[in-house]
Design a protein. Structure first.
Lengths: 279, 279, 279, 279, 279, 279
């Protein structure tokens, strides 16, 4: 169950409203690197968490999911503040200016047309966020890697937004969000480290009996160069494997299968007659 | 530039065709955990790779991208083989049987209706793969974590498919694909380890000057419980941070911002009159 | 800012797990009539709310948004409970049974394959929810009608789910959710009634100067029958208009414009030569 | 069955072509507030209409669906007229001008690249309309509220477009469309009023036996504030409910359920070993 | 402008309702091979048609677009008739039967849950139609090929549906739709033949000065075999080209470009430090 | 199985980087007319190919699929080169310039924000490519028409991009791609011609017994004008049909079906009470 107190988690100030930046901020709201994604991802991971020892992780996920909802709120507030004073008429003074005129210049119509100068749950190109990006596999290590990925792309995005703007208020807000992304990357990796203390977590899932996988191909780096040239070597091509369960080798791949013959076409699927056997 | 020799990377056999399994296999083709995703992701990461030392990683990505194309091919071949003999009429014998009749029972219409009994680039529910799932951030560590995630969810999916079927041919193919997922998880993590040898890679991106992020909130686990109860403690709440750059602490979060007052509504956005200041 | 206490808003019990019902419940989670939609819609409406009198409505929306998050949680819990004991192998006993075997019969693969027997943010056909369904126009009456619609379709869905199942636990949970949909329909309509007490709210937006709209066509029901037959008459074709600002009339529509001549094709758009003027 | 006479429902004139406005108009064609949506929504509602008294409503819906098809036609014509004379080369004179250069300035590439200077079935950001926005629930009151919502957001959009442009031709066309939105809002509400004359229509659906819903929670406004502060009061918190069937009250919500324990993880779903009971 | 007379273009009868077939028919409504697609495609092609001689083609397109709207209507009517008598409760008699029980067996929930037993604008897997499938390029020959493709896939789909069912009513309706697809394939190809009478239409677009394309590679079939083996020969590898403007040849492709060096990474994009030049 | 040699198929040069053109090029990568589409379409057609004579066509498709992968690579390389030197700060010199400033002016944020100045698998408006555009029907003639369409729209797009830019390097690359589109249009049509040599290929599918389709409507052009005016005549309205199997005629369409009565509403679907028979 969830609660609110209507307050912002961290202050949001804009010194000089910039409608173009209002558009860029959308990526941190409704982009695949954004805050809707992590909020919903942590919730669905929590609700799908299983096993006798997983209550602590469930609570951990619900705590941070709640935090991320507050980050969407901060960013939506920042968007509205950046839209203040934007020209609303194609002929209005400033509309022809590339920096100021991003609303009327055709680059940011929807924050005006669809929302009346407010944030939308879309990315910086106006593409709505879709929930296929919620990774919640039921495997805790798999989920944690998905979360490290999400926080890494999220922090990269936030640093690029920080670089774009010189507004002191926006930079203060982004410095807070970047710090939280630092913590969250550490936090999810800490879960893996805690689990690693008991037994190796790789390869994910570690509960599949590894002797059932093909033993000739599980630690070999395969090359797919057309001229059989040696593929690039490195940490991945020799020495013990990262999971400590094998030894890296390297080889060019040769096809082990044949050219698959096209199966017969059945009349009821209505191919062209040339495809039917009896022709 | 890419080449083909028409051959299968690994043999694909089906002993007892099963149209329901043909549908399940779609998840490994067009699902977000599937092979189209990794093939295209590694390509776009390669094409977006930057920096003087990154040629080796670019080649590494293109090699494995080529391999993944061959995995789509293997799975598409497996789908077609599992569809052999499927009933094509609602009244046909077997159509009413839950196991055999998955085509005509209404659960797998599109492999017949749209493709004439072949694989589609969709997931097990028929949702087409969309390219928003290609993560290629231009940051090599961020990309590697995305790849570890993709291979971890991919291997989890493949083990579940392995569990579903008792067909010896299908299990042999899946044992190969599971082994490759083991290698690829190790491989992408090996890139991070190689980079770690020079300097810490976390937090991603490690080129952002970390002193610019908010120093009060970058290593503290925040609790968001409504009653102020202590959030769950663990590796993430005390001790040195995972990236070695800070010390974990824990505290309940209090709002640092105020309730944001609704901004004035501008007449040109056409709100209800009650929202206008002058009313 | 948001908080949680990890508890369920209302108890969730399942007496007889039913994997087919687990699939049907997805519609109430990730369908366009579902709970993700209302939770996010009320949040974005709150964050886009403008005008000096709108603080109360902002808080109202944030309160109910928090409630709806708890409803997703209840439904996700119900899905997991309904999946208990589902067969995971195509040959497993029960898999061939139409009612029990919905996982292995091919109708509900993804709750197993992608989530390890848990809820997904998708609808009953596996289509992920996308955020284009969040209606937040910046116009309070427009938003309230969108909310009445959402709660009406939500309650209709919940009654159909109630009808489908005979499980006492599921019916108890649904009876609670149906009651809340009753309240929420009333609640959003109460906002309109409160606003109506001051001045008419229709047509939305009521701040546009209505004398600027075409006065010949704003209260006439137009017929588009090919034979000029009288269109159906009713409350909409005579008497005072619902908004009290006009008088309904009815007439068959005649085109007021001409056949638009195709504009010239410009060479730089590369049409076929037959489309170019000079040919 | 449908017919055409190739003519425009209302004249479409553009005095000064403006490619940026051509892009903005897309929202009224392929946006969720646009004309494709209402045309298809009214058709699917008509085709799904059931019950002995519903023929009149079916005809009403098909009439207005036909009208809306003509509105898409008007808007597509307006887009083509606004694109006349747009620069097609990045270096062409005018391309660098923010107002004129919206095609070559990068903000409106697709009307040129994909359609050769014509309208597309996409919104102002180029996102294609998708049919999940067609609300046709089989419940007539639910459908009418969806239609009021659609016409309300449609009219709000049209007034914002009217505000954006000073072109007399475009304003004349929009004044017509705004008038029709006024009528259609009234029209769909008139259907509800006609039905209300016989019996209350709320809560939707009104055929569900209301005694089956939870009687403790169907007319109470619940607060979800983290500090238990009183939620905002208003028309929704006291007095008779809007549907006349209950009395509004207000209370802070306390969780009625417990913290749900994570269910056991089954081996066949391949979680991490730490999640398995036997560990 | 469009009109209706509420009548069906062709009679729709169902002798034995079959809810599974109701699901299959969705592919012909909202699938990419379906009738929404052609109706909207022909309209947008008409509205984007340009050039002095194109009025006839514009009218032709609008005529057939009107026809296709009537086909959606026929199919939606057929869906509703096939849903009559479907069980609505999971325990209802027949629900466990694979053929009858497609609603309650979990394969066709949404026609009940979302539409109250009616058609939806989605495909046979429940994926909503999206308007990115409307091909209207502004080039008449390009559009005609898109139409031949649409009618070819549409007819293939209709023949497969015909094969699936033994219901005499459904077969009568489908025999009509298949006939219309025959005509429409011929019709669009007739437009190309009419244009060919004046000058060659290939390659599309034929108004681009063909001497500007690379003359070494415009009529050569290139092989991309990894071992340099000769690619398959046929009509495409020797003899005059189909457009009559060249001579087919065949050769294995050798890369003409080099390995592209990764460009430098800019600090403001925040890559990992290893990617930065100065490291 | 697929291979790579890391080299570009054809050299890619940019003389004057242009970030706006980098955005336009996205349409050729991730647009529906683009290279991802053809690469994946030819692969899925190959993997779905059936029938004893189809091996040659399967190889042909795999060859050209490999080529198209190399075209994506060329275009992604071109995007990165066009982004060199783009301003990354809203206040940076050049950012306010409409031509140079397309990144910071708000029109092309995502190539910077999401990819660090590289190509994305999206179209020129940022909409991700989705795999529903892969047409692979299992019918070889149907597939070939889909391919001619894809190459025709692809070539039209490439000529428009050629027209947009004056950069000699970009024009050289596009001249190569345009030439390949010429060949591929010819190539797929050559397959049809080869098949036609044996027997007529139209209407698709030609294996459906044509006597089963409705013989009264398979070669008649139907008019749907509201006033019964004669529809436009041409090659499609008289003379032998294009497929040589019938004779074209023309007639205005009269409805052959009646107004379909709304079916009864069932209580379990919870319509409004007014829709129920017993009321």
């Amino acid at each position: 169950m969830f609660y609110t107190d209507y307050k912002l988690q961290y202050p949001v100030r804009v010194e000089t409203p910039d409608p173009a930046f209002a558009r860029a901020l959308q990526q941190a709201i409704g982009g695949v690197e954004g805050e809707i994604r992590v909020a919903m991802q942590y919730m669905f991971q929590a609700w799908g968490m299983k096993g006798p020892k997983s209550s602590r992780y469930r609570d951990l996920l619900l705590n941070t999911a709640s935090e991320e909802l507050g980050h969407i709120e901060m960013l939506a507030t920042a968007v509205a503040l950046n839209l203040e004073g934007a020209p609303l008429e194609l002929q209005e003074e400033g509309a022809a200016d590339a920096a100021v005129g991003s609303i009327m210049g055709g680059r940011n119509f929807r924050q005006f047309l669809s929302a009346g100068l407010a944030a939308l749950p879309v990315d910086a190109d106006g593409v709505p966020f879709d929930m296929s990006h919620i990774y919640a596999s039921g495997n805790i290590a798999g989920d944690m890697y998905a979360n490290i990925t999400a926080e890494g792309t999220g922090r990269t995005l936030a640093t690029r937004l920080y670089h774009m703007t010189a507004d002191a208020g926006m930079r203060d807000m982004l410095a807070y969000l970047i710090a939280r992304d630092t913590m969250h990357q550490n936090q999810w990796k800490a879960v893996i480290e805690e689990l690693e203390a008991e037994r190796p977590q790789m390869p994910v899932p570690n509960s599949f009996p590894q002797e059932s996988e093909n033993q000739d191909f599980n630690y070999v780096f395969l090359g797919f160069t057309s001229d059989g040239a040696e593929p690039p070597s490195g940490r991945w091509s020799e020495g013990p494997s990262i999971d400590g369960k094998g030894e890296f080798t390297m080889q060019p791949m040769e096809p082990l299968g044949e050219v698959p013959p096209p199966p017969p076409a059945r009349p009821g699927t209505y191919p062209q007659t040339a495809q039917l056997a009896e022709e």
